[in-house]
Design a protein. Structure first.
Length: 108
């Protein structure tokens, strides 16, 4: 599979998660305070909660239900109750488009 357009760069507000579903894979896309765009698995590994409904702070997105925060760069949970990481996807920017291949994850 190749990367597909999931949103426009202009669709992303700083520290506001956006859920996308390329090829049926739930992914949260976030533009951080430095303007870097990240893509991580949308489902909290502790409670099957959408991370796109969470809060972004200090380079992590926090699950609103139980408080586990996942690193935007590694997907690793920074606190309990989650202990399994979420996948981190490769983001490509093509002009004003954000592209993600849901079959390609970053090695972290």
């Amino acid at each position: 599979m190749t990367a597909e357009r999931v949103c426009g760069v202009a669709d992303l507000e700083q520290d506001m998660p956006l859920r996308v579903d390329p090829a049926g894979v739930p992914i949260t896309v976030i533009k951080d305070a430095d303007g870097v765009i990240h893509a991580i698995g949308d489902t909290c590994t502790h409670g099957e909660i959408s991370l796109s409904e969470g809060f972004v702070e200090d380079g992590a997105v926090e699950c609103w239900a139980h408080g586990s925060a996942f690193s935007l760069t590694t997907g690793v949970p920074q606190n309990l109750p989650a202990y399994e990481p979420v996948p981190v996807y490769v983001v490509e920017i093509d002009g004003d488009d954000v592209l993600i291949d849901p079959t390609v994850t970053k090695e972290v």
